[in-house]
Ligand binder design. Sequence first.
Ligand code: 1PZ
Length: 207
Amino acid sequence: MAAAAAGAFSLREVLDAFRRCVTEQREVLLEPYLSGWRGLIRFLQSLGTVFSFISKDAVAKVTLLEGHCQRQRFVSLQSMVEQELAAGPAALRARPDSGCRTVLRLHRALRWLQLFLEGLRSGDPRTSVLCTDAYDASLAAHHPWVVRKAARLAFCALPSREAFLEVMNVGPPEEAVAMLGEAIPYIGDVYGITQELFERHKLLDLP
Ligand code: 1PZ
């Protein structure tokens, strides 16, 4: 509580952001989506410099998307997909800076997050193993060998389960675990809607 009052980071903000993402019409709002990502990035940065190569990439992607949102006035993921597809699928595929291909990278990372948080919640104390398993089941297939190698090396530097729950800054371990239980379905919902949207528009393999 004292830490929260002092303005310290709490993973609760991330939960709140992902909770605000999905509208009644099952649209994914970009403002809370990106604010959730900003929170995750700050959390990652608090874990130490071994992870900077990961947070740098995430910052670049979130910044690019924020710029697109401001210029194009996209409010939801659905409107972004619709507007970017208006020029045709080939034109979209040719763009290295499209919102769609950038969101797709974060979307895959969200799957990693969901799996990793489920692992943390399960009580398994081996954070590096949980992280590697989550990575192998999600992002790894989309990364070249050198990135996979660097990622697996960084995972060895992950803090223990106790330390992890503590830096989440939501109170005693039991509360942190309870918050994970609350957060995972929201993240899963955002993931599911995005997956369905990208599948429907055949965007899951955007280069
Ligand atoms: C708590 C430990 C954190 C583990 C995070 C697990 C993700 C490992 C990802 C390693 C990414 C390495 C850096 C750059 C990768 C990029 O090549 C790819 C593809 O983008 P492209 O090159 O096509 O533009 N980027 C990604 O896959 C996005 C990765 C975002 C990772 C965000 C993690 C957020 C973690 C939150 C922690 C609670």
